[in-house]
Write a protein that binds this ligand. Structure first.
Ligand SMILES: Cc1cc2nc3c(=O)[nH]c(=O)nc-3n(C[C@H](O)[C@H](O)[C@H](O)COP(=O)(O)OP(=O)(O)OC[C@H]3O[C@@H](n4cnc5c(N)ncnc54)[C@H](O)[C@@H]3O)c2cc1C
Length: 393
């Protein structure tokens, strides 16, 4: 394996770095880097700037705004974006529903939805999970019954991330209740959130923020032409989408930035005669995390090199597992460095606490989610055991 970039890839990396650090406003990037609740306006502004430069949806077909990049170029683009703290394109648009419509949608659906999805003129949310249908997604019960040229949808979705900002939801619904296998009765439906009968209810999170919601459907009427792909074949689309979702979940650049910030805090914190960073146990923990991060980055590169076309390498489950664990480890260590200050847990503007220390605990608690969404880590371990190691359960 080559560990050094070719001249061409190094030039590409520099081009990305220049764009992200000069064309995306510094104040927007600082707000994103400092954590806390996400601003919908910042996400919109960032995605529109990226889209105007042709950098919002590089993995889409070229016809719809994609770039014919190699997997390595895609990786470099993502790493540089994360390193510069640029709010990334909204995953529901760029990585989930966009590729689905581009691959399975009708020509009319592509023309209607893809440009607006790339530019975040439509904000999408993901309506897959339901109470009792998360890891066991095929058990979902939200039903859609055809009535003339409309589907009538009834049921409930849950954990709908940023649904409070969404214009549209892409949902898995049961259209063939009598199908011989539960996977065979599911369809993929696009629903305008303004349709009468939809109620969005916030779920309060442990960090105090509002990020996820419950979404209820009560006789919601959806035009029949908003079904993507074939009726009853939604499971194939769901598997395609979930594979893509997992690929983007090892945010090496973001973890690097968080770890570098933690090092800065430790170097500034007094301890005895010196700084916290000079404490042997603290220094050793940094060395350990940095080594593990380097190993993860090499694995990301190896997976990128082995992925062909749109189909993710099955090793993407390893990236999901290790990426989420390392992300959690770094945020936990940041709390250790903040020490008792992290327990104050107040907003920076009511306190003289340093802002990073005030958000250390909420950020740690918020990122407990990373090992659950995108397929829980227990399920990823099963995939690794059976799909990569060939072990039988
Ligand atoms: C912050 C957050 C945001 C989310 N956003 C969205 C969203 O926008 N849209 C959406 O549709 N969904 C979303 N989800 C839902 C997410 O995909 C599910 O929470 C996830 O799939 C787990 O399902 P569950 O919560 O029903 O847990 P369960 O499936 O009930 O799992 C409970 C526990 O049992 C374990 N388990 C389950 N099955 C197995 C198995 N076969 N082998 C071993 N262990 C197993 C799990 O790993 C877990 O530890 C989000 C979740 C979170 C936490």
């Amino acid at each position: 394996m080559r560990l050094q970039l070719s001249d061409e890839d190094a030039a590409f990396q520099q081009q990305m770095r220049d764009f992200f650090t000069t064309e995306i406003p510094a104040d927007l990037r600082e707000r994103w880097a400092s954590g806390g609740e996400v601003s919908a306006d910042d996400i919109r502004e960032s995605q529109r700037l990226l889209n105007a430069a042709g950098l919002a949806v590089p993995h889409w077909p070229v016809e719809w705004g994609g770039k014919d990049w190699t997997q390595l170029q895609r990786h470099l683009y993502l790493q540089e974006m994360q390193a510069a703290s640029v709010p990334p394109p909204l995953a529901f648009n760029a990585s989930m529903v966009g590729p689905v419509i581009a691959t399975f949608g009708s020509q009319e659906q592509k023309e209607r939805f893809l440009p607006a999805t790339a530019n975040l003129d439509i904000w999408w949310c993901q309506g897959f999970s339901e109470p009792n249908a998360g890891s066991d997604l095929a058990s979902l019960r939200t039903e859609a019954v055809l009535d003339g040229d409309e589907w009538v949808v009834n049921g409930q979705k849950t954990w709908t991330t940023l649904g409070q900002h969404a214009d549209w939801i892409f949902a898995l619904v049961r259209t063939e209740p009598d199908a011989p296998k539960k996977q065979m009765g599911i369809s993929f439906l696009l629903i305008d959130m303004k349709t009468p009968g939809i109620t969005v209810r916030p779920i309060q999170l442990i960090d105090g923020g509002h990020e996820v919601n419950e979404v209820f459907f009560d006789n919601v009427r959806v035009p029949a032409d908003q079904l993507v792909g074939e009726r009853g074949k939604g499971w194939t689309i769901a598997k395609f989408l979930l594979g893509n979702e997992r690929v983007g979940v090892a945010p090496v650049g973001t973890i690097k930035r968080a770890l570098a910030s933690a090092k800065g805090y430790a170097a500034a914190a007094r301890s005895g005669e010196g700084t916290l960073l000079q404490e042997p146990l603290v220094a050793a923990r940094f060395a350990e995390l940095e080594t593990q991060l380097a190993a993860l980055e090499l694995t990301v590169l190896r997976v990128a090199a082995n992925s062909r076309g749109e189909k993710p390498d099955p090793a993407s489950s390893i990236l999901k597992l290790r990426g989420s664990q390392l992300q959690q480890d770094v945020f936990e260590f940041t709390i250790d460095i903040a020490g008792p200050a992290s327990l104050e847990w107040q907003q920076p503007d009511d306190t003289d606490l340093q802002s990073w220390a005030a958000v250390a605990t909420p950020t740690y608690l918020n990122f407990r989610k990373a090992s659950i969404y995108g397929g829980s880590n227990e399920v990823q371990r099963s995939i690794i055991a059976s799909g990569i190691l060939g072990l039988k359960g």
